[in-house]
Design a protein around this ligand. Structure first.
Ligand code: OAD
Length: 233
């Protein structure tokens, strides 16, 4: 096995579950409470923008009441102390990695706390509601939408993600079901590029068999344990 210098970490909703943010596909999860077609597609937004804006306004307000958990803090510690390359690619649209202190983070599915102006293409930090159609601070058009990637839209930062994977010795997937591509395919890409692959998840996921190793348990326990191991060398 080659020495580990460069690490790519993929996180999903499971890492934020213990902070009180619903996952998508668990029993009672978000996609049981809401239809994906209604609240997470461009077509749904075109059909009923008020419904979609209200949904994201509620989620944006809710995440601001949540706090990072031990798993976010452990990854921040790894980020601060890891001498090699490290990239945390998150599918999550919350800001708990950043509030936990991590710096090397990419949001491939966008961010709740950003608004995107579909008129001038500017992005703005946004903590309040969008339902009242506030004007874009740059061009003043009332065309702001949540800066969240919907189904049928292209995830962000794919070039940077693939570049990091090409240099990775270890790919670690944390708290994701492996149901949504291209994120779900990154483990396969990493393997083909020669990286070791490790999954940390509460239960076996759809992609478990693709990993060299899987460790099961809540993120708040398994992530700090793995970080301590990897920092100890
Ligand atoms: P899912 O809800 O599909 O999967 C969450 C995973 O986390 C499951 O495998 C759970 O077993 C696991 N899990 C739950 N609690 C956990 C805990 N305490 N510790 C560790 N693991 C835990 O969420 P994602 O895989 O993130 O995309 O979903 C991927 C994408 O689908 C999301 O980014 C979102 C969604 O539709 C878009 O909206 C574009």
């Amino acid at each position: 096995m080659r020495e580990i210098r460069n690490i790519v970490i993929l996180t999903g909703a499971g890492i934020s579950a213990e902070s009180g943010i619903d996952t998508f596909r668990s029993a009672g999860g978000l996609w049981e409470q809401h239809r994906v077609e209604d609240v997470a597609t461009p077509e749904g937004f075109a059909r009923d923008p008020d419904l979609v804006l209200r949904f994201y306004d509620m989620r944006r307000a809710a995440i601001q009441t949540k706090a990072p958990n031990a798993a976010h803090l452990a990854l921040a510690e790894l980020d601060a102390n890891w001498p090699g390359e490290l990239l945390i690619v998150t599918q999550n649209v919350d800001d708990l990695h950043e509030r936990g202190g991590a710096r090397r983070v990419l949001h491939m599915h966008g961010e709740h706390l950003n608004a995107w102006c579909t008129c001038c293409d500017a992005r703005h930090r946004w903590t309040g509601p969008l339902i009242d159609r506030p004007p874009c601070p740059k061009c003043e058009a009332r065309a702001l939408r949540p800066d969240v990637v919907w189904f049928g839209e292209m995830p962000y930062h794919m070039d940077r993600i693939y570049r990091a994977l090409r240099g990775a010795d270890l790919f670690v997937s944390i708290g994701t079901s492996g149901a949504v591509y291209p994120a779900a395919g990154l483990v396969q890409n990493a393997r083909e590029l020669g990286a070791q692959t490790l999954e940390l998840n509460l239960e076996p996921s759809q992609g478990s068999r693709l990993f060299h190793e899987s460790r099961l348990g809540p993120a708040s326990a398994v992530v700090p344990q793995w970080v301590a191991e990897v920092l100890a060398g």
